[in-house]
Design a protein around this ligand. Structure first.
Ligand code: ZN
Length: 462
């Protein structure tokens, strides 16, 4: 299995580098998804590109019958995070997207794992089906939600994935469920000085709505999060804005809690429309579930991660990590404190993690969201994290984007591919493990059955 990946090391690295350079944001990953589809086709997979109404979503399959093991891959970049492969901030291309969440590595490690399983099936060592899911627009919390709705996971027995991070461990935390929606207010223009009394300001409505939701903050559960940006606040100060839009994310540990807070926000919009004499419509972009963790799969991933071992670094890579540490000294200190206080590990003289931390924060609300949540509600799912950046570098930063294009990121990617591959082979070899993972899953979702968070007829939107 490890040979399968080692043999293709250079090709996998080149693929991740190509996607790093394409740096295409959500639903625009045309070159990236095509590169992965071509790669898997050459490896003998049956590939469908453009599934679930999304041109950049793909499913690639090899083998026959049960069990079916799925690997989740992503490849979308983040707007405005273009960055050179260096420890000082400088965009590769000004204003362009960059892989600030390392999804170029994420996608390609899942490709590597899928190929390792293919080799094992092909050689007759194991029986079953391996499937690679190319999931677009994770940053928009969208791709997997639409893929689940399309029934693409209906026959999957277990799903495994990972995320690039700044230490090595298992992600067993409860990522928050979420709604993403734009509120478009419609008023009437007028000269802002000459006859403002003839105008109805859509921007006033946006501002009043936000005042309402900001007061609401005190009266929602502490683990809920809501944040907004005004994507259209009008054109010029001398024209009463007839159109204005505010984009909201609402998050909470469970779907029903998201819906409760979301409905209160809709009330705020209604109140604001009434106060300003405007109207509004809601553009519901996406919603997703919290992540249900699975003990059995998590234990399996941890065991395999220990077998593979944490990435090891050269002097040059350690110097790069130290240089990057200087760009975010406060975060570095926070991480070192977390290592000391929560992990019981001394990382005070380290710039990059070279150890494996056991499963942490099991079931605790983690203030972020991922569309892996929706998969985890229909299939037993687990997530690994592997170091692809120094201790001073968190996701969604230029520093993280830099690392995702260097050997530091690539080493993490290969460790992830091997760990996921070993775990996948074990699942094909030992059907009793799949049965156990399903038992745990059934118990967890028994009182929380899945219904798509998408309103009927919702279409994927960038
Ligand atoms: Zn990410």
């Amino acid at each position: 299995m490890l040979d399968s990946i080692e043999k293709r090391r250079e090709k996998l690295v080149a693929l991740s580098d190509a996607i790093w350079e394409f740096a295409e944001p959500g639903f625009k990953e045309h070159k990236s998804s095509k590169a992965i589809a071509d790669f898997l086709e050459q490896e003998g997979f049956k590939v469908s590109l453009g599934v679930a109404d999304m041109p950049t979503a793909l499913v690639a399959e090899f083998g026959n019958g049960k069990p079916v093991v799925g690997f989740l891959g992503e490849y979308d970049a983040l707007p405005r995070l273009s960055q050179k492969r260096q420890p000082a901030k400088e965009p590769l291309e000004e204003g362009k997207a960059g892989h600030g969440c390392g999804h170029n590595l994420l996608g390609v490690a899942a490709v590597g794992a899928a190929i390792a399983l293919k080799d094992a099936i092909e050689s007759g060592e194991v029986k079953g089906t391996v499937r690679f899911y190319g999931c677009p627009a994770e940053e928009l919390l969208a791709g997997k939600v639409f893929m689940v709705r399309a029934g693409l996971f209906d026959d999957v027995d277990c799903a495994l994935t990972w995320h690039p991070f700044y230490y090595n461990s298992i992600w067993a935390a409860n990522f928050l469920a979420m709604n993403s929606a734009k509120f478009n207010f419609h008023g009437r223009t007028a000269h802002a000085a000459y006859d403002p009394y003839n105008g109805k300001s859509a921007l006033d409505a946006v501002e009043l709505m936000n005042v309402g939701t900001n007061y609401l903050r005190e009266h929602i559960i502490p683990d809920a999060r809501m944040h907004y940006v005004i994507t259209n606040g009008g054109g010029e100060p001398n024209i009463v804005p007839a159109e204005a839009t505010v984009w909201y994310y609402v998050r909470a540990p469970k779907r029903p809690q998201v819906e409760e807070v979301y409905n209160r926000i809709v009330d705020c919009a209604e109140g604001a429309a009434k106060m300003t004499g405007t109207t509004f419509d809601i553009e519901f972009l996406t919603g997703c579930y919290n992540v249900v963790s699975n003990d059995v799969l998590e234990a399996l991933l941890l065991e395999k991660l220990k077998e593979v071992g944490a990435p090891e670094y050269t002097e040059e890579e350690l110097r790069f990590a130290e240089e990057l540490g200087k760009t975010a000294p406060e975060f570095l200190e926070k991480t070192r404190t977390m290592f000391r206080e929560q992990f019981g590990e001394n990382a005070d003289d380290k710039y990059i993690c070279d150890t494996i931390i056991p499963v942490m924060d099991k079931g605790k609300p983690l203030p972020g969201s991922t569309d892996v949540g929706d998969v985890s509600h229909v299939v037993p799912t687990a997530q690994l994290i592997v170091t692809t950046s120094p201790l001073s570098v968190t996701t969604h930063s230029w520093q993280f984007a830099a690392c995702a294009g260097t050997t530091i990121g690539q080493k993490g990617m290969l460790v992830a591919a091997k760990t996921l591959g070993l775990a996948g082979i074990e699942l094909l070899k030992k059907p009793e493990l799949v049965v156990k993972a399903k038992e745990v899953f059934e118990k967890q979702i028994k009182n929380n059955p899945y219904a798509s968070p998408l309103p009927p007829g919702a279409k994927p939107k960038a």
